[in-house]
Design a protein around this ligand. Structure first.
Ligand code: RB5
Length: 148
């Protein structure tokens, strides 16, 4: 399993800690598409980069982090095939996989503490899509995208 990760300047340390946590806990390779500098960095660049990597199958799943998680998720969701869920707690993260088949997770470095962020990542990485009626609804979402 390969995880793409991206961030802006607000989340350099979160990206580093979460990347290490994923490697230590799951042994998943984490590919860095974000900035490692404290200099101001435009979050759409990282959101698009991770989303493209997921869409092309270069990585299996993507995680993106900015101040709120909102801007970077909005950018990611503009890439065809991406379903990026912004989550501030584990329940939504788990359900975004089980019901929405999210292929990217976003959270805010200025919103959640780092230990809560690890719990959100755990909930998301360990949940599986349930298919069935949820598949039909995900198909409906993707049909909206196909009409654009
Ligand atoms: C950067 O100041 C901030 O706008 C960004 O990290 C993010 O929160 C945007 O949604």
């Amino acid at each position: 399993m390969r995880i793409g990760i991206g961030n802006d300047h607000t989340a350099v340390e979160y990206k580093r800690v979460i990347s290490q946590y994923i490697w230590d806990t799951y042994g998943y390779e984490v590919v860095n598409y974000g900035t490692d500098s404290a200099e101001s960095f435009d979050y759409p660049i990282a959101g698009e980069a991770v989303a493209n990597a997921v869409a092309k199958g270069e990585v299996d799943l993507g995680i993106v982090i900015c101040g709120t998680g909102i801007g970077i998720s909005l950018a990611a969701n503009k890439v065809r095939g991406i379903r990026c869920a912004v989550c501030s707690e584990p329940y939504s993260a788990q359900l975004s996989r089980r019901h929405n088949d999210s292929n990217m997770l976003a959270f805010g470095a200025r919103v959640v503490g780092i230990e809560l962020a690890k719990m959100i990542v755990d909930a998301w990485l360990t949940a599986e899509f349930e298919g069935g009626r949820h598949q039909r609804r995900v198909d409906m979402i993707m049909a909206i995208e196909a009409k654009q």
